[in-house]
Design a protein around this ligand. Structure first.
Ligand SMILES: Nc1ncnc2c1ncn2[C@@H]1O[C@H](COP(=O)(O)OP(=O)(O)OP(=O)(O)O)[C@@H](O)[C@H]1O
Ligand SMILES: [Mg+2]
Length: 342
């Protein structure tokens, strides 16, 4: 792998933007092959610090595969994935860690991490990237509170000195335990689950399980939260609450990378949208740029060539779909999953 720096914008992008100058995550020339299938091909994009960035595209476009590469579930076939703590591109530190063969490097105001070199648990723990899954993955037999405490296992182990200090009640452990419970309560309040704290997670209704997954991810104190179709299976009221929750998470200083089919959610809350089709980036810009991009219109309506997409009727149809989605209706895109798929 020999990625060239500062190329994440790619040829389909609009004018240079904030997320290119201050990216929390940069994906460069990412390729993921499964045998002969290229699920993601030479994909580059930036996720801006403090932004809600949406990754959208038709079914099978490669969105979850990108998440699996970013979060260490898959080792990319090619490419570099840079996570940054602290402001700016920190290009010198990025170049230095790339050349060094190491996984991360402290920089002036933070640190840079090369995620493709890191195992998944280190990506969560050190690079501070958390995720939720297209198919909910909770500990169904554990209570809501227990699910949120398990997510904070790392600071508790550190406080115990990796010994039985927790059992004998070391002060540092007791303090860390108190903080872990406080943090769990904080997020239970914000996802509206405080009154279900002692209920098994598996007994919660579907929408509540989705919120619990987000709370669990937030309990790891992520710099970047990756959400794979969080609105799938939600009713319109729950979907509106999710919008508010994601905006609150952004206001708390966590950047969000969101895979979503629900255009009502995407257009309302995203600062930046990246569109994939067949593993290739076809558009990258702010919501108004993307929704009027002919390539996006073609991908979502299944029009084959550029000549056809200039037909005024097609434009009118897409405008209507996007307008409808913006006013709370579901999905301008392909069939929206009910309950998520892998
Ligand atoms: N582990 C795997 N082995 C083989 N092929 C895979 C694997 N994971 C994904 N793929 C294939 O890669 C392509 C992209 O899949 P991916 O799940 O990333 O799409 P997606 O954009 O998330 O789609 P959806 O909107 O349906 O969730 C698909 O053709 C899929 O079958
Ligand atoms: Mg997917």
């Amino acid at each position: 792998m020999n990625p060239s720096p500062a190329t994440a914008a790619g040829p389909q992008t609009g004018p240079a933007t904030r997320w290119d100058d201050d990216p929390v995550l940069t994906v460069e020339h990412l390729t993921m092959r499964f045998g002969g299938l290229v699920a993601v091909g030479d994909l580059s994009f930036n996720v801006g610090h403090g932004d809600i960035t949406a990754l959208i595209g038709p079914n099978g476009a490669g969105k979850t595969t990108v998440f699996n590469c970013v979060t260490g579930f898959y080792k990319p076939t090619e490419g570099r994935i840079v996570m940054r703590h602290g402001p700016g591109r920190q290009q010198q530190a990025v170049d230095a860690v790339t050349a060094s063969g190491l996984r991360y490097k402290a920089a002036n105001d933070g640190a840079v991490f090369l995620l493709e070199r890191m195992p998944d648990y280190e990506i969560t723990k050190s690079a501070k990237v958390a995720r939720t899954f297209q198919n909910i993955r909770l500990f169904g037999g554990m209570t809501v509170l227990e699910n949120l405490l398990v997510a904070q296992h790392n600071p508790l182990m550190i406080a115990s000195g990796f010994t039985f200090g927790g059992i004998i009640g070391l002060p540092a452990y007791a303090r860390a335990q108190g903080e872990a419970v406080d943090r769990a309560v904080y997020w239970m309040e914000h996802v509206n689950l405080l009154d279900r704290a002692d209920d098994p997670a598996g007994d919660l209704p579907y929408g509540a399980q989705r919120r619990l997954e987000i709370a669990r991810a937030m309990c790891t104190r992520p710099e970047l939260l990756c959400l794979d179709e969080p609105a799938a299976g939600l009713n319109p009221r729950e979907s509106a609450e999710l919008n508010q929750l994601l905006q609150f998470i952004r206001s708390e200083g966590t950047s969000v990378l969101l895979i979503e089919h629900d255009m009502g959610v995407v257009m309302e809350i995203s600062d930046h949208i990246i569109v994939l089709d067949y593993g290739i980036k076809i558009s990258d810009g702010d919501p108004s740029f993307v929704k009027s991009d002919p390539k996006v219109i073609a991908a979502y309506l299944g029009v084959d060539d550029e000549a056809e997409i200039d037909v005024p009727e097609v434009r009118a149809e897409v405008a209507a779909v996007i307008h409808e989605a913006g006013s709370g209706a579901q999905a301008a895109g392909p069939t929206r999953p009910e309950g998520g798929r892998t």
